[in-house]
Structures are given as C-alpha cells and as structure tokens.
Design a protein around this ligand. Structure first.
Ligand code: ATP
Ligand code: MG
Length: 509
C-alpha cells in the first residue's frame, strides 16, 4: 500500500488538564489539499501547532508520520527542515524589517548563506512576482496592508523547500482580488505536487480548493469527507451539530431620527501626498445599522478611527451628536460621548495579551467598579464578565485565563463584550466577524439586531459583501478616501457594491 505524505494518528493535546484535541487523525497525499473546518475553539490551530512543532514531540499523545518517518520535532525549525511550513493565523512578520529581510529571516544560515545582496534582491523579486505582489523588496513591512503582508508570508514560505504548506485562516483579511490570487497560488502549488492544509471559516473557499474536508468539533474528529458532492450546509451541520436555515437573521426594527452627522471628514498622515479620508460626509440614524463597504485601503477604517479618536495622523471633521457639535480628540472623548469601537486589528489595538479574559473585557470601564477609596467591587465585575461571556458564547476554560490562550475567534468575541460593557449609543464594528465561525457569526448578527432594537446605532465596516447586504439597513461605499455611493439594502446586489467600489466614475451620492 502506498504511504501518505502525512499521517497524523490519534492526536490528543491537553492544556492544564483541559482537552483541546481528543484523538484527531488526518492523512494527506502530495498535491492534495485538505481543509479543516470547525467552530471557534474547536482545536484547528492547536492541531496545526502540533503538526508544525510549535507543540513539541512529547507534549501531545499520538503519532505523526511524514513521508513514512515518525516525526519527533522539538521546534518549528525541525519541521521546516522536513518541508512542513506553517503560516499562522496571526501574522508574524517583523514590522521594522523590509520585505526582503523578512523573506530571508531565519533562512540566512541555510542554503542561502552564500547569496549576495544582488541575488537576494533578484530572488525576492521573483518570489513577489510569483505571489503577484507589486512592491519593492526594500519596502518596510510596516508600510504594507494586512493582505499584502499575507502574500509576503507566502513568498517567504515558497523560499523554503516546502512539501506541505499549512495556511491557518489566510484570507480572513484579504480583499476579493487578493483571495483569488491566493487560491490560484494554492492550486498552482498543488499541481507542483505540494500538499496543502487549509483552515478557513469561508466555506466557499474550502469547497473551491480542497480534495478533502475534515470537521472537528470540541476537539473530536467528526468526519473526513471527499469535497466532491459536499455542500456548505453539509459542513455547517457537521460543525455546529445542527442546520442553520438562514445565514443572516434579519429582524424588523424601527429607525429613528438622525443622531450623528459627520461633515467634511478628512484624514491624512503627516508628510503623505494623498489623504486617506477626503471630505466625507454622512449621517447615522437611531436604531440603524449602517454598512460601510469598499476595498482595503479605501479609507473605511481611517474614517471610523476619526470618529473614535484613534486615528494616528492629522484629521478634521465637523461632528454633530444629538444636534450638538463634538470635537473628538481621543478615545476617551469618544467613549464619554457614547461611541465605542471594535477595531480591525485586534492584536494591536484590541487586547492586552497577558491579562485575563475577564480583565480585558472590563478594562475600559474599570472605574465603574471602583469605590471612592480605590477598591474594586469584584463581585459586580465578575458578574458582568460572566454575563457577557455567556451572552457571546466566548469559549474559555475560565475568565481568569490570559486572553492570548483563547482561539482567534474567541478573542474577537471578548473585544465585542468589552465594547458593549461601555453601553455605547453608537457602536462601530470594524470587520466584526473576521475569523468567526458560522454559528458564532449568526449569534453576533442576532445580537446586533437586539441592540438596534434597544435604540443603539451600529456602523459596520465589512469586506464580506454578503454580510454587508444581509445585515445593513443602508450601505455607504468608499473609494480612495472618498464616499462613492450610498444605497438602501433593498434590491442591493454584490455587483452594485463592487462596481461602485472599483470604478472611478460611478456616483450615486
Ligand atoms: N496555549 C494555550 N493554553 C490554554 N488553552 C489553549 C491554548 N491554546 C489553545 N487553547 C485552547 O484550546 C482550544 C482550541 O483552540 P484553537 O486555537 O485550536 O481553536 P481554533 O479551532 O483554531 O479556533 P478559531 O477558529 O477561533 O481560530 C480553545 O479552547 C483554546 O482556548
Ligand atoms: Mg485558530
């Protein structure tokens, strides 16, 4: 019998007594792609960390065979030497270094030791062309968008002798075009005999790309099926244990008067030639869900940062809240005025990694629990924490656990809880469901409708067009810093938004 490239048998992994993986087995042949699906916290990333040596041999039970040999890796270096390369869910490039430096980082001592500058430049340019990324090798990583950084990670992986490429949620922050590029790269790699393990909550991609789909639920191996003839609904019901009859649970709600007016918002980085936000004006009504669409880099996030006082360049805007003009100069002013935001880049702005899940949730409202002599009313605090953990179904062994140990999607839910606790009048959600599983997305949408029914207004920036259309009452489309279009959700299609987001001359404002 032919031996598979990869054979993981009965993997069990526990964290302080809690089982994250409960005997998961997968096999893979060269040139094949296997997707792993499962809810947030089901154990997908943990399984990949076991495979790639992040969790070393001896720290888990079960066996891993690669090309027929038992793998006893003590670090990620050992598995890379075998040809197993992982690109983690949270990007790991060094921001201060250039594209070239990052691509060769950790590789200098290998077969590239004798490459001179010129050769490294040539090789980097080749790799960048292969991932269709149009930037110079000397560009600092800090200047690239998240999507572009993702492509650099792949270029970096291709620079190694890769036989099995693991992509842990590679597309959660990519634009439609970038996703297409990535999917093409993966199918090219498959043709070259490279195997791929793919983790994504976007089931369309999963089906488009894989030969096999493995579903895990709460660390249990539910099934591995051929992707042929498999539907999204099949995967969902294996993941969640039930069928979801609709993906967007839209609920009727009343929309009231205009509560927020933003006029002539402009934002620019010091020394930049072009403004990131240019003369944008819009209104928001009470109880409204306002969607903001546009390509990455179109200024959506920066516009929101102006409203939340977190933009790091120069910005101006005439803002009127409940008919009174308001100057937002800091996050504190925004929070005091009742504006809260769940940021896009949760690693940088959202969480304090070493603090507990609970404290991360209550961080911006700690003073609410303090008495005049400075003591914290811990009972009230932990009651609130438990409430929100339950309401948002944050999967954590305890609220005392440091938040960095939570799965990606569950960290995101904790940040949403943190914002809700400030009881905002206006809630800004920047890519709220990025990296969130289908079941939890459903819960978040439900929650959004509950909140607007209570009179809250929500602004949601999202790159997922189906979500923008499925959830918003009204949609604004941005293009190169300007507002290009404004649509009611009725009759709105993805094509209408895309046309507006891409073309120079569509104007509907
Ligand atoms: N270092 C750690 N210490 C303690 N618990 C951990 C650690 N890493 C992961 N866990 C727990 O193991 C479980 C599985 O987490 P994992 O990150 O594998 O989930 P996932 O399927 O990748 O989820 P997501 O879709 O949200 O990325 C979670 O309950 C998580 O909290
Ligand atoms: Mg994960």
């Amino acid at each position: 019998m032919k031996q598979p490239l990869l054979d993981m048998r009965g993997i069990i992994k526990s964290f302080s007594g809690v089982r994250a993986l409960n005997g998961v087995s997968i096999q893979l042949d060269p040139g094949e792609a296997l997707s792993i699906c499962g809810e947030n916290g089901s154990g997908k990333s943990t399984l990949m960390k076991v495979l790639s040596g992040v969790w070393p041999f001896g720290s888990y039970e079960g066996e891993i065979y690669f090309e027929g040999n038992l793998v006893k890796a003590s670090s990620i270096r050992d598995t890379e030497a075998l040809g197993i390369v992982i690109i983690h869910q949270e990007l790991a490039l060094v921001k201060e270094l250039t594209v070239l430096e990052n691509i060769f980082l950790g590789n200098e001592l290998g077969s590239f030791a004798r490459l001179n500058d010129e050769e490294m430049h040539r090789r980097t340019s080749e790799l960048l062309a292969r991932v269709k990324l149009d930037v110079l090798p000397d560009t600092p990583i800090r200047d690239l968008g998240v999507g572009q950084q993702q492509l650099v990670e792949i270029a970096k992986a291709l620079n190694k002798n890769v036989k099995l490429l693991i992509l842990d949620e590679p597309t959660s922050s990519l634009t439609t075009t970038e996703i297409e590029i990535l999917l093409n790269i993966v199918s090219e790699l498959k043709q070259q005999g490279i195997a791929c393990i793919y983790i994504s909550h976007k089931l369309e991609e999963v089906l488009a790309l894989s030969n096999w789909v493995t579903v895990i639920r709460d660390g249990d191996h539910i099934d591995t099926r051929s992707a042929e003839n498999l539907t999204q609904n099949d995967i969902i019901s294996m993941m969640v244990g039930r069928e979801l009859d609709e993906l967007f649970p839209r609920e009727e709600h009343d929309i009231g008067d205009v509560i927020l007016k933003v006029n002539h918002a402009t934002a620019k980085q010091a020394g930049a030639s072009r403004a990131q936000v240019e003369d944008v004006s819009f209104e928001l009504r009470q109880g409204e869900i306002l969607g903001i669409a546009g390509l990455i880099g179109s200024g959506r996030t920066e516009l929101m940062q102006c409203l939340y006082g977190s933009y790091d360049g120069n910005y101006e805007a005439e803002i009127e809240l409940h008919g009174e003009s308001l100057a937002i100069r800091s996050q504190r002013t925004a929070l005091e005025a009742g504006i809260a935001m769940v940021p896009e880049d949760r690693k940088r702005h959202g969480i304090v990694p070493i603090m507990s899940v609970g404290r991360n949730i209550t961080l911006s409202v700690l003073s609410q629990y303090s008495s005049w002599f400075g003591a914290i009313n811990e009972d009230q605090e932990s009651q609130d924490i438990d409430n929100y953990i339950a309401q948002l179904k944050v999967k954590t062994a305890s609220s005392e656990l440091s938040i960095k140990n939570l799965s990606g999607g569950n960290q995101q839910k904790a940040i949403i809880a943190k914002c809700l606790l400030t009881h905002p009048k206006i809630l800004i959600l920047d890519e709220p469901t990025r990296g969130i599983d289908v079941g939890a997305k459903y819960e978040i949408y439900k929650l959004m409708f509950t909140l607007v029914k209570q009179g809250m207004s929500i602004i949601m920036v999202s790159s997922e067009l189906s979500e923008v259309i499925g959830i918003s009452d009204r949609v604004l489309v941005m293009h190169e810093g300007r507002l290009k279009g404004q649509f009611d959700h009725q009759g709105l299609t993805q094509e209408m938004i895309m046309n507006c987001a891409i073309k120079e001359d569509t104007a509907n404002v």
